[in-house]
Design a protein around this ligand. Sequence first.
Ligand code: DQA
Length: 146
Amino acid sequence: MTEILLVNGPNLNLLGVREPEIYGSVTLEDIEKQVTLAAAKQGFSLKTFQSNSEGKIIDFLQENADAEGLIINPGAYTHYSYAIRDCIAGLRIPAVEVHLSQIYSREEFRQRSVIAPVCIGQISGFGDFSYLLGLQALIDYFTRRN
Ligand code: DQA
């Protein structure tokens, strides 16, 4: 079964509790369940990972370099982690960056992603639905590529 990685960065473990007016009331566990189910229905397996630490995210990505695709919400690392960006660029796994909030309508520091340029695309602003859109974008990419 083709394996897709779903990686969430710092503070996303607190989804449901953290600023629900911005990030919604759905927990990360619920999101992971939803995406796992949607992936399974289409013949893909999902490996999930969350960490508050940049190094642990990079270790996980390097250790799973044989995966076929990546959906990543890097949290605040989106805006300044050249280390995660370099890791994704080096792995050559097609990646989709996802965000719950619409980062381009928020504070100026959020309106730039250093990760998106090494991804096949970015989805931002659809709440927890962004993750399902990210999955579909990745699967569509696989279909067109093969
Ligand atoms: C976020 C947007 C980031 O700016 C923020 O730091 C997050 C969540 C989002 O999903 O909307 O932690 O990635």
